[in-house]
Write a protein that binds this ligand. Structure first.
Ligand code: ZN
Length: 296
């Protein structure tokens, strides 16, 4: 392929991943850097991009998939900056500083919106009108793609903090969200499972009562997403989903909470609507997708 490549960066709490390539099936090189303070991390990424820019004779654009909150409004003077965050020294950091040339095409979104875009363009929800990507791990994040575009509004989606109805056998647990205690993330994330049992869900037997409780919370939110966004596809991954049988249990609880109201939401139909991701590295692939026009 002779056309100039694109660059994608996925920025996480502990590491940043960089890919140079033409899409999910044509990655020319990958790099990994630790995430330190903002100035040093952005400078290190810029050096890598500058080297690639020199090596290939140019880059066609850069996409960044980053932890939030982020200013995604291109009309804002703060476009591309990190908003109020508890991460030390990252507040106000400007992701455009990674560009080897300030005029280079640049796109940025949350890591989960980027992952949703990757699964929509090339993965488990190719071409559907309404797709939600949920990741259930250290936190719970959700990205949304509607008609091929990641959804933004006043901010970006924050599905992890939706409130769920308490499971009857989970009444005593306070929840771990520092803002809401018992929102979805406070009840069903990896740390919420560890706080109750000292173990991860995949280390517990599938018959452990907590599996049914976590499946119920995630099933409730899937039902809410089917109802609010008319989601054709909910792609759900992350460390907690490694627990054997969990996704089937989520589908069953989602069917329960839909209550027969929507068509194609019984167990069989949901097995093709609530699915696991295609990509283990959907955030990084999504960063490349952000940089690339859909037609490319
Ligand atoms: Zn919360």
């Amino acid at each position: 392929m002779s056309a100039l490549p694109y660059a994608g960066i996925e920025a996480g709490g502990t590491k940043c991943l960089l890919a140079i390539g033409h899409g999910h099936d044509s990655i020319l090189e990958r790099h990994r850097l630790p995430t330190g303070d903002a100035d040093a991390t952005l400078a290190a990424l810029r050096r890598q991009l500058y080297a690639a820019h020199t090596r290939y004779g140019g880059l066609r654009g850069v996409g960044v998939a980053a932890f939030g909150p982020l200013q995604l409004d291109r009309q804002s003077a703060d476009f591309g900056r990190v908003l109020a965050t508890p991460k030390p020294h990252w507040r106000g950091a400007d992701w455009r500083q990674v560009l080897p040339d300030p005029a280079m095409p640049f796109a940025i979104d949350t890591d989960v919106n980027a992952a949703a875009l990757a699964e929509h363009r090339w993965g488990a929800g190719k071409g559907v009108a309404s797709l939600v990507y949920l990741t259930v791990g250290t936190g719970i994040g959700g990205g949304i793609v509607i008609d091929g575009k990641p959804l933004h509004g006043a901010l970006h989606p924050e599905i992890g903090h939706l409130r769920v109805q308490r499971h009857l056998q989970d009444g005593e647990f306070k929840g771990v969200c520092p803002f809401h205690n018992d929102c979805l993330e406070g009840l069903a994330s990896g740390p919420a499972i560890q706080a109750r049992t000292g173990q991860s869900l995949s280390d517990l037997a599938a018959s452990h009562p907590l599996q049914a409780i976590v499946a119920d919370y995630l099933g409730q939110v899937c039902a809410q997403l089917l109802l609010t966004l008319a989601a054709n596809r909910i792609v759900i991954g992350g460390g907690v989903l490694q627990a054997s049988g969990l996704i089937d249990a989520i589908r069953q609880r989602c069917t329960h909470w839909i209550g027969g109201y929507l068509p194609a939401c019984d167990g069989d139909a949901l097995s093709s609507r609530i699915v696991m991701p295609r990509f283990a590295d959907a955030g990084l692939i999504g960063a490349l997708a952000l940089a690339m026009p859909a037609s490319d």
